[in-house]
Design a protein around this ligand. Structure first.
Ligand SMILES: [Zn+2]
Length: 116
């Protein structure tokens, strides 16, 4: 786990995609949200010193955008691209997407053909 103090979104890609999110602030459900695939974020390092910039993409970029939204008082449900489903169903749908993207192995352990 890493800490980023006072993060600011500096840039986000025009390329975006949907994925399923949940949140500890909203128990029992999840839903699809369309977000930028890549971002650059500046932050103050916890150890002090000058602000730094980090480039994130895919799931890491999604998590950062989700957390940046919290700092702006927004929740993923404010940006839903579809219906809310149970947490269990959201995890199944998310895992299906992540297997198709090659981010997690298929249930039989083989890598997805569409890995990037
Ligand atoms: Zn959250």
């Amino acid at each position: 786990m890493r800490a980023y103090l006072n993060p600011t979104l500096e840039w986000s890609s025009d390329e975006a995609e949907e994925d399923y999110e949940g949140c500890l602030s909203i128990d029992g459900v999840g839903g699809p949200v369309r977000r930028a695939v890549a971002i650059r974020m500046s932050f103050e390092p916890p150890e002090g010193g000058e602000r730094k910039t980090i480039a994130l993409r895919d799931w890491d970029a999604r998590i950062a955008q989700h957390e940046l939204d919290h700092l702006d008082g927004a929740l993923y449900v404010d940006k839903l691209a579809g219906e809310l489903v149970s947490t269990e169903e959201a995890r199944k749908l998310r895992d299906r997407l992540h297997r198709a993207r090659g981010w997690i192995p298929a249930p039989d352990g083989t890598a997805a053909a569409t890995a990037r």
